[in-house]
Design a protein around this ligand. Sequence first.
Ligand code: GLN
Length: 447
Amino acid sequence: TSLLDRIERLDGELNTFITVTRDQALAAADAADQARARGDERPLAGLPLALKDIFCTRGVRTSCGSKMLDNFVSPYDATVVEKLEAAGMVSLGKTNMDEFAMGSSNENSFYGAVKNPWDKSAVPGGSSGGSAAAVAAGFTPAALGTDTGGSIRQPAAFCGVTGLKPTYGRVSRYGMIAYASSLDQGGPMARSAEDCAHLLGAIAGHDLRDSTSVARVVPDYLAELDTPLSGLKIGLPKEYFGDGLDPEVERAVREAIGVYESLGAKVCEVSLPHTHLAIPAYYVIAPAEASSNLSRYDGVRFGYRCDAPADLEDLYKRSRAEGFGDEVKRRILIGTHTLSEGFFDAYYRKAQQVRRLIRQDFLDAFDEVDVLMGPAAPTPAFDLGAKKDPVSMYLQDIYTIAINLAGIPGISVPAGFSGQGQRPIGLQILGQHFAEAQLLNVAHQFQ
Ligand code: GLN
């Protein structure tokens, strides 16, 4: 109750939740208490959690930040929701997000922007801005987010929390509303790497209902947290310290890397030569997949339907015109264009080729070093309303997006504050496919 009261008191201003499931949470907390009294020793039982409103929850509205799904109550739970509930966790509700996870500031939500709890004139980052801000505001110790091009790591950095994007396929996407299916991955956001390790252990694993989830044993993510780092080889991609990097972010990140050197790690420079192609490739591939995924919102089967349609054509057109926001429409237009005959080879196929080169850059780097480190975002959180033009928003993703194209895992860890307004800065740590335990270990040693 104390967290629910805190949310009630303070969230009117911050707007981190779209839906608070007070009654269900109280009932689940009671059930967990009773189970504990009977000797239930599940480590996560009774602990509170918030879910990005992209995860389907049975009987509870799942809006995905969109007017299109404002009236949508899912008939089933996402696999990760099922797993966390089976572990005894208590969901407090569904957090705010950019519409269909498209954005880097949470300003594209149908439910309004979220304020950064550290500085209320700043954005919380996006698209999992509500989850990051809810953890930072002390509304919940843990939350789930999703990351297609940085949406866990960048808001974690902006809000001073820890956020992990797992390897593509590590966590089931079943029941997670699709944005760009070959890039989307759900993951934990919390106050420490240790808490993220607990959550990841609970949600990871193969799922027969998601054919892209990987059948590979889930290690004990807590077991390696205390492994010493002496001899760890850290690579600093030189492309991640170039033009456009805010000097305060660079200073904080370099100081953090200094801490690792003092722990016995060896640091060297590496190169990811195709980094400059990551944003262009992503903004072809992600909208292409999105335009296909979003074709299911037709006003017929579920979601928003326009008033008094004249005929079927009118129903499709007006339901989509009225139900989707501007950024979503922009992506659908880009996606249908790049997939259309005559443009497919020039854009979509080319982007897929670039994607392979980007992946190979990372594989080559990991021949030389164990992990890569750099900033999670080029600047600390920017002001609400500051980025009006979409391309300047897309450039926010410069250090996060290539990772999704390559499928590798990445974590953002709080690494200090900028002077102006005390806005948090995130250190990003990247590892090889399925190296989550190592990333959590490296992050934990810093904290
Ligand atoms: N900002 C990126 C986009 O708008 C990434 C969003 C995400 O990871 N969901 O596509």
